[in-house]
Design a protein around this ligand. Structure first.
Ligand code: PLP
Length: 375
């Protein structure tokens, strides 16, 4: 029996692949080192703030501009509060930006390989994707900022690259630090990229708290720069859904028309505000993660893996001889989830999120066992 129920849906949606997130097993026995979540519990101040909201009841609509959070973020980052827009996680922020800037037939630019959500969101807009391949050492080729990129520098994607020179370039995306490599481009170089590009540049700083430096200061110096942030990774709040962006107030005003009025609820606004007020928590737990990451990196290198220099809470591993899928499968069988990526036209690798010291010890032990077996 044929079902025609979906035939009136827009062709862009029918053609889109949709986003496939990393696995979220329901069992709590599994050690998750696959989606870059924080392994520790968020600041107790967050839970106190949540209880405070619950005690007042939930009968009122939330503050549509999340002004409590904007006020805190303004103090923390030294930008005026009307330069900040809050959303339901940074995925929501990225979706708001995409819907506001990009229409059918427009072009957007991103590096390859990188975070896949940009591609998914662009497909929904009927936009053309230009994915500029990183060099083999993960440096960004200078053609990234040219209006027209020669096709052989682009990853061949589903949305015809042959058309790539038509349509206007509307937006470029740069995760910084980027996933899966964890590498980072220095703020001064990001400024140069933005100045050379013929369109605005979205700097996705999901991991910037682990990096020690960031591009927030550039927004004042260059109107083309938009910063996207999330509390999911460094503040251990992936389950809460809170993200925000920093841009010029003229942009914020326009994006305010695009966002859902109540995309941040009372609980998330209070919790997120409490989280960024507690900078002592951030400092202590970021320090723990970085110490564990450096130990993990050293151990993986000792076992012969090539590990990029991460500025985030995960590391990217390749190996000249050993089969990475076998390691992935062996750890999975033993209750540890990692992320194995095989990027067509690029190569494969194993991404390991930094867990607690105990989780990483177990992970290293299993990797060593499997390496010994494979040798
Ligand atoms: C995890 C991640 C996000 C998504 O963050 P949420 O706020 O949880 O939606 C955005 N960008 C990059 C590069 C990420 O790795």
């Amino acid at each position: 029996m044929s079902d025609h129920s979906h035939h009136f849906i827009r062709p862009e949606i029918l053609a889109a692949g949709g986003y496939s997130p990393g696995e979220q097993p329901l069992s709590t026995e599994i050690i998750k080192l696959n989606t870059n979540e924080h392994p520790y519990r968020a600041s107790e101040k967050v839970f106190e703030a949540v209880i405070g909201v619950l005690e007042q009841g939930l009968s009122r609509y939330p503050d549509p501009s999340a002004s409590e959070f904007c006020h805190e973020a303004s103090k923390l980052y030294g930008v005026p509060s009307d330069w900040i827009l809050c959303g339901n996680g940074s995925d929501d922020i990225l979706s708001i930006i995409m819907r506001a800037f990009v229409g059918p037939g427009n072009r957007i630019r991103l590096p390859y390989p990188c975070y896949f959500l940009y591609k998914t969101l662009a497909e929904l807009q009927g936009a053309l994707l230009e994915m500029v391949r990183y060099e083999k050492d993960w440096s960004l080729p200078s053609v990234f900022t040219d209006d027209v990129v020669p096709p052989h520098r682009l990853h061949a994607s589903a949305t015809a690259c042959a058309l790539a020179s038509e349509g206007r370039l509307k937006l470029a995306f740069l995760p910084n630090p980027t996933s899966p490599s964890g590498l980072m481009i220095a703020p001064e170089q990001v400024l140069e990229l933005a100045q050379r590009l013929p369109c605005p540049l979205v700097v996705d700083e999901a991991y910037a708290d682990f990096a020690g430096t960031n591009c927030i200061g550039l927004v004042e110096r260059c109107e083309k720069i938009i910063i996207s942030r999330t509390l999911s990774k460094s503040y251990a709040l992936a389950g809460l859904r809170f993200g925000f962006l920093i841009a010029r107030p003229e942009i914020i005003r326009q994006l305010g028309k695009v966002k859902n009025v109540y995309d941040c609820d009372s609980i998330s606004i209070a919790a997120a505000s409490a989280a960024i007020r507690d900078q002592d928590w951030l400092k202590i737990y970021t320090g723990k993660i970085l110490a564990t990451r450096n130990r993990l990196t050293a151990e993986m290198r000792r076992m012969g893996f090539h590990v990029t220099e991460s500025h985030a809470n995960f590391i990217w591993n390749t190996h000249p001889e050993i089969s990475l899928p076998s390691i992935y499968t062996y750890l999975r069988k033993n209750g540890i989830l990692l992320r194995y990526f095989d990027y067509p036209g690029w190569g494969d690798g194993l991404r390991i999120s930094v867990g607690t010291d105990e989780q990483i010890d177990r992970c290293l032990q299993l990797i060593e066992e499997e390496c010994d077996r494979l040798r």
